[in-house]
Structure formats: C-alpha cells, structure tokens
Design a protein around this ligand. Structure first.
Ligand code: FES
Length: 80
C-alpha cells in the first residue's frame, strides 16, 4: 500500500496542533484507551483543527493490533 499524503507529512508527529507522536498514541492504547475518543482524551490528538483525524485513525488501528499481539503473547507466556 502506498503512503498517503497524511502519513508522508506526519511520519512521527501525528497531530501537529497538539504535538502528538505515534509513540504517544500507542502508549495511550497500552494504558487502556481502547477507542478513538479515549485516545483523543488521553493525548488530545485531533482536538484542534482536525485534519490529522484520518492519520490518527490509521495509527489507532495499528496500535490496537500491536497491543492485541502483545496481550496474546503475554497470555501464552502465562499459560506456560
Ligand atoms: S493537526 Fe491534529 S488537530 Fe490539528
């Protein structure tokens, strides 16, 4: 899949208005923010001009996959 305009313009800072990084979004999901509104509340991403919302959505989906994989791995370790 080719990167879109938003991902090219925002490789690290997902939200320029609130200076929110990809890592902060992933950390928010790890800390329990499991919906877009929860991530917005935790990070303030996409609470300014709103143009970052599509990119926030992509990173949120990525973060949910990462955290689901981490939690599945943790459960496998606990079963050993
Ligand atoms: S760039 Fe995120 S709210 Fe403006």
């Amino acid at each position: 899949m080719e990167p879109d305009f938003n991902s090219l313009m925002r490789p690290h800072k997902i939200c320029l208005c609130r200076s929110v990084t990809r890592e902060q979004i992933i950390a928010a999901v790890r800390a329990g923010a499991r919906s877009l509104p929860a991530v917005q509340q935790a990070t303030l991403a996409a609470t300014g001009c709103g143009t970052c919302f599509p990119r926030l959505y992509e990173v949120f989906e990525e973060a949910m996959r990462i955290v689901a994989d981490e939690e599945a791995g943790q459960r496998r370790l606990e079963q050993l």
